[in-house]
Write a new protein. Sequence first.
Length: 257
Amino acid sequence: MKIAITGKGGVGKTTLSSLLARELAEQGKRVLAIDADPNGNLAEALGYDADKDGRIEPLIEKKALVEERTGSKPGSMGGYFVLNPRVDDLIDRFSIEVNGMRLMVTGDLKEARGGCYCPENALLRSFLRHLMVERDEWVVLDMEAGFEHLTRGTAESVGALVIVVEPGLRAIKTAEKISLLARQMNIGNVGYLINKVHSEEQVSTIAERLGPDSLWGVIPFDFKAIDADFRGCALYESCDEMLGTVREVIERIKAEK
């Protein structure tokens, strides 16, 4: 099962991704967590100690690997390079173990001048295609807002898309845009989760705008999450009130499997 988490920046995508991944691992599932957010810190949210163990180099920054697999130096534009490089060994080579699951940081797609494709993007897109289409474990993909990482073929392999939204017009509009893109890319199982809620009125207003049938859960504003982030603690051990909603989301996804 492939679960993609998206939404406007700052709404709590990484918080939800970390709790989903940890809970699935606690349930005995084989889990692969993927940090595909350019400003991501999924590793720390899962309990990885960057101060102790060092920064995790994103896949897209591995210049020697990019050149080896695509036949072209990173940063180059134009010319010839392999569009479908070999990627089936990358998880075994570069993922790390964190609290009972595998974690991999992919990095962000590179800006291409004039719409040109580049070797880094070729490697990353091939890796995501392999991940979403050919792997059979539970995959939790922490994405940036939108679908820049996913092609139509990989998007159709998403088993569940969870859009995280907080009370606020910008977050709601982002959720609406993502929902439209999801329909255009034939993602069937799409729902949203309202995070940082202060009142029932906020829930009813958002549900009226986005549709009550697609509402998968509500998480009240929780100072414990802020405190855990401030102290650099894994959210799973700190945000017990959130876990009830996370478990409900997991059961809903399982029911649709």
